[in-house]
Every structure is written in C-alpha cells, then in structure tokens.
Design a protein around this ligand. Sequence first.
Ligand code: HEM
Length: 273
Amino acid sequence: MRPSVDHDSGLTYATYLRLPHVLDQQRCRSSPPAHDELLFITVHQVYELWFKVLLFELSNARDRMLDGDAYRARLRLRRCHEIERVLVNQIDVVDTMTPHGFLEFRGALGSSSGFQSAQFREIEFLSGADDNGWLDRAAWLSAEDHQRLSLRLAEPDLWDAFITLLAVAGLSVGTPRQRAAAFHEIAVGDDRYNGLWELSEALIEHDQLWSIWRLRHQMTVMRQLGGKPGTGGSTGSGYLAERVPLKFYPELWDARSCFGQPDDGRPAAGARP
Ligand code: HEM
C-alpha cells in the first residue's frame, strides 16, 4: 500500500520543518565580519537542539523507570548514548578554528558563555547532579527558565527513579550499604535481575559519556584560550578541569571496587555475559 499524502495541506519540506525561521536564526555580531562566527553560532545552536531531544528522552527514561518499565527506560537511554556520542564528536568541528580565527569575534560574545546554558544544566539536574548554588547565581535566566529548572530540582531525577525500581524489585535500598549490596546482587545475582543490571550499565554509560564531553570541551578550551579566563567569568580551562571528574552516580562507580573482593563470597567482577 502506498503511503497516503495530504496534498491539500500545502505542507512542504521547508514549511513542515519551519526552515525559513530556523535558517534565519544565525545572526553574526562581529564587525568587520569574522569568517568563523557562523560556525560558532551554528555549532552552539545544534548543541541546544540536541539538548532539547536529550531532555525529552531522559525525562521519558525517568518516567518509564517510575512506571516499573526497565526495558523502555533502557531503550530511551540507548538513544541518549548515541546523541551524546554525536555531541562529543561534534566538537571536532570547533577545533577547525584557529585561536586567531576565534579571537577575531570573541569580543562580540560579551559576557555570554556556555556556562549559562539552561538546558545543559537541566540535563545535569535531571541526571542527578547537585545544584551547588548554580540556580541562585543564575541572574541571566528568564523567569520561565528559572522556574523550569527549580521544578527539575524538586522532581525525581534518574537516580531516584532507578532506586525506586530496585525497591520495587524487592531489594533494600535505604542506606548506602544496602544499595551497595543491591548493586552487587543485580551484578552477580539471580537472572531475573538482568534487566536492572543492563539499566545500571546504561546509567553508567550516560555518566561516562557526559564526563567524556566535559573533558573534550575542556581540551578545546585549552586549545583556543590557553590559560585565559572565560567570557562567563571563570578561570576558563582550570574551572572546566575541576568539572571533568564529576559523577552523577558515584555509588554505581564505587560499587565496582567491591566486585570480586575475597570477603563477598561471590563470583568475580563484571559477572554478566
Ligand atoms: C571555541 C570554543 C569554546 C570555548 C573557547 C569555550 C569556552 C568555555 C569556557 C571558558 C567555559 C567556562 C565558563 C566561562 O568562564 O565562560 C565554558 C563553559 C561551558 N561551555 Fe564552552 N567553549 C567553547 C565551545 C562550547 C560549545 C561548542 C559548547 C556546546 C554547547 C559549549 C558549552 C559550554 C558549557 C555547557 C559550559 C558549562 C560547563 C560547566 O559548567 O560544566 N562550549 N566554555
């Protein structure tokens, strides 16, 4: 059967995708015009579009976990991993800029900075990161963004949802010690925990890819700026280097130190095929 097409709607590729609007949003500010500014604006806009999709998928992964559906939560996270790989690789395009090419328009950025990205921070909050006072200092946010981020902090994050799922599966998760035992159980225990183990691995991968992005971005910043401070007021690559090792799920990482230890009386690490 041929797909039915509604010719009467007059919808075209350009109108469906709202291309005239989208393609009109890259407004360079440098004067005289700097060759690399179009690339810089476009790359950041593409990141923000992917951030939007990530928020949609991660929220759904969280909701599926809260519904007790580990399979669909993992499916959503798998898509997020692929998007995150795109985000990591995409920064290679930024590296085609020379530091001098960047300096030709850096002044036009004023005090704006990726540090102010509301969606980036929202992804971190939804993933389980602490606010660390960021929201109180974020005077640049619109009232709408501020409210959205406050709500994100108040609602369950991916970690809360995962722990809920473990509890529903009958595992004790009230204390860090109990959770460590639960992670061990899903790693090497009964086969009925396979789905939870796969899900915990999907969370680890999300965490890992986010750290890789932080590192990759910090390298680009070193390459472009050396030791210069950022437009957002930080020390620049020094500040970013401190952010690289942050983890959304430290307990899942720590649990690995105990896998296969002699006193746990269980099979050695890694466990599942
Ligand atoms: C020439 C390329 C780039 C340079 C020189 C650069 C520079 C910086 C600097 C110095 C900071 C620290 C905050 C500050 O003081 O401004 C920062 C933070 C940040 N930048 Fe970039 N950046 C570049 C490209 C990008 C791209 C392509 C993105 C994609 C969205 C991005 C997103 C971010 C984010 C999200 C932060 C906050 C990181 C955090 O707080 O953990 N940056 N950037």
